[in-house]
Ligand binder design. Structure first.
Ligand SMILES: *[C@@H]1O[C@H](CO)[C@@H](O)[C@H](O)[C@H]1NC(C)=O
Ligand SMILES: *[C@@H]1O[C@H](CO)[C@@H](O)[C@H](O)[C@H]1NC(C)=O
Ligand SMILES: *[C@@H]1O[C@H](CO)[C@@H](O)[C@H](O)[C@H]1NC(C)=O
Ligand SMILES: *[C@@H]1O[C@H](CO)[C@@H](O)[C@H](O)[C@H]1NC(C)=O
Ligand SMILES: *[C@@H]1O[C@H](CO)[C@@H](O)[C@H](O)[C@H]1NC(C)=O
Ligand SMILES: *[C@@H]1O[C@H](CO)[C@@H](O)[C@H](O)[C@H]1NC(C)=O
Ligand SMILES: *[C@@H]1O[C@H](CO)[C@@H](O)[C@H](O)[C@H]1NC(C)=O
Ligand SMILES: *[C@@H]1O[C@H](CO)[C@@H](O)[C@H](O)[C@H]1NC(C)=O
Ligand SMILES: *[C@@H]1O[C@H](CO)[C@@H](O)[C@H](O)[C@H]1NC(C)=O
Length: 399
């Protein structure tokens, strides 16, 4: 059974570390100079940077996957700088050593001005694929098996001896769009992270169903991203923290989130945490037809954990908040392991009396919310040792 309590000592340590991040680091990413357009595109880039362009014959590669595939997995850090353009390709990162992919931009703090988009079109409808994994625009996982969703309450049985994948994968200023359909018609992943650490900064993820997948032993941090979808568009088994981001509902279906937890012998915090963010209808044309129709989430299995922290919710959100999953009998919050919670929500989508009457959404007290205060509290190591979150860009705490 999952344990929800954090030892007190831990909470104190994490508060101290978090405070030091806030004050120690500069307010822009260390990659801004590399990302800025310059006559020699590699000006300001770290050593071991390759560049990708579809039009400049001086570039190292014409496709992003061409650059990724060229990298040796030999404990050397690499960076890939991508020139503006529309790249129609599936990306697959299996290496374990650090890799950073940058979109070129003169405005790195503005996701809406991103110049690089990666497109793919694949939805797993009517058994078209043997697994959702094959639909993803970007996959970060050491092996194919590590990335498989599988089925049933425990999903695909990933072999225990599968190695960990990328210890530090980062993307800055790139949008990923799975354009299989313009409505929910089967899983169509924009990103898939399993058995790997991945940080996404000022990036965008767009599809309609199962847009963001954080699979088993996946750790993913999203900072100032836009994530747009319709049905269960944040899903998985791993741990995701979404900070200062725009969650855009393109219609209503299932829930915004659907997570499968795992019973482990050590305490875990697998789940999705949406912090200081905004849940809005994707645009004003569709907003009126969505009022009161979108659920915050639904439990993909009984160990589901999702927590909204300090988040604004527009009128699209159902007054009752979360919903049950009709085919899943284990959906009440009184079993002490299903966590469908919120703390300090605001906006017209937050109706406290309806939440309480619905008897499904947990309204955290300040004390309960403190257990999930920062990424340090959730990206746990087996055994409960202080987690290593050095793969998260420290500047992302201060921007
Ligand atoms: C996890 O443990 C709970 C409580 O013992 C049990 O009811 C549930 O079926 C288990 N879930 C899985 C996916 O094994
Ligand atoms: C990794 O491979 C690259 C390309 O062959 C080489 O330049 C680099 O020195 C290697 N790094 C290590 C740690 O061996
Ligand atoms: C390589 O990346 C790791 C993890 O991000 C970092 O600790 C290390 O300093 C980097 N090494 C170099 C030579 O940049
Ligand atoms: C990613 O690449 C690995 C290694 O080539 C391959 O085994 C795997 O099938 C690929 N994953 C996907 C989802 O295509
Ligand atoms: C609004 O969003 C919907 C759903 O994504 C889309 O079909 C429609 O084209 C958008 N309308 C405008 C005006 O952007
Ligand atoms: C509640 O959330 C708002 C943002 O919506 C934030 O400004 C405020 O500080 C939060 N209050 C607490 C007690 O965390
Ligand atoms: C809320 O639901 C639980 C089981 O899911 C039930 O035991 C309890 O009586 C319900 N409370 C109210 C006030 O309906
Ligand atoms: C859940 O925890 C509460 C408080 O510790 C306890 O009273 C209740 O019996 C527990 N319920 C289950 C189903 O274990
Ligand atoms: C909140 O929900 C209750 C039903 O529980 C409803 O009567 C009330 O009108 C709602 N309030 C607002 C402001 O929508």
């Amino acid at each position: 059974m999952n344990m929800i309590q954090t030892p007190k000592r831990w909470a104190i340590t994490s508060a101290i570390l978090f405070a030091s991040f806030r004050t120690t680091f500069a307010s822009t990413s260390i990659y801004s100079a590399c990302q800025a357009p310059t006559p020699d595109p590699l000006t300001g880039c770290p050593p071991n940077t390759f560049w990708v362009s579809q039009t400049d014959c001086g570039a190292d590669f014409t496709t992003i996957q061409g650059a990724i595939s060229s990298l040796p997995d030999n404990n050397t850090n690499y960076t890939i700088l991508v020139m503006p353009g529309i790249y129609v390709e599936q990306l697959n990162v299996t290496r374990s050593a650090p890799l950073t992919i940058l979109g070129q931009t003169s405005t790195p703090n503005a996701q809406e001005s991103n110049t690089v988009t990666v497109y793919w079109a694949a939805a797993n409808a009517n058994g078209k694929f043997s697994d959702n994994a094959f639909t993803s625009v970007l996959t970060v996982a050491p092996t194919l098996e590590a990335s498989l969703t599988g089925s049933g309450p425990t999903g695909y049985p990933v072999p225990a001896d599968t190695p960990f994948g990328c210890i530090d994968f980062r993307v800055y200023n790139i949008d990923f769009r799975n354009v299989a359909t313009e409505f929910s018609a089967g899983p169509s992943l924009a990103v898939s992270v399993s058995r790997a650490n991945a940080g996404f900064y000022f990036s965008g993820f767009y599809s309609y169903q199962d847009t963001v997948y954080v699979g088993k032993l996946g750790n993913a941090y999203f900072y100032r991203n836009t994530i747009a979808g319709q049905t269960d568009f944040l899903y998985g088994f791993g741990t995701a923290w979404i900070q200062h981001s725009q969650i855009q509902m393109r219609s209503c279906g299932g829930g915004v989130v659907a997570w499968k937890g795992t019973n482990t012998t050590f305490p875990n915090k697998y789940g999705v945490y949406i912090s200081d963010s905004f849940l809005n209808a994707a645009n004003s044309s569709i907003a009126p037809s969505m009022i009161g129709k979108c659920y915050l989430g639904r439990p993909w299995n009984a160990q589901h954990r999702s927590v909204y922290l300090n988040t604004y919710m527009d009128a699209s959100i159902r007054p009752q908040g979360y919903e049950k999953w009709s085919s899943n009998p284990l959906t009440d919050n009184y079993n002490n392991y299903t966590v469908m919670a919120e703390y300090n929500s605001s906006g017209p989508g937050f109706n406290l009396s309806a939440r309480i009457a619905g008897n499904l959404t947990i309204e955290f007290t300040a004390k309960q919310a403190r257990v999930y205060r920062t990424p340090l509290d959730v990206f746990m190591t087996p055994g409960g040792a202080q987690p290593d979150i050095s793969w998260i860009d420290p500047a992302a705490y201060t921007w």
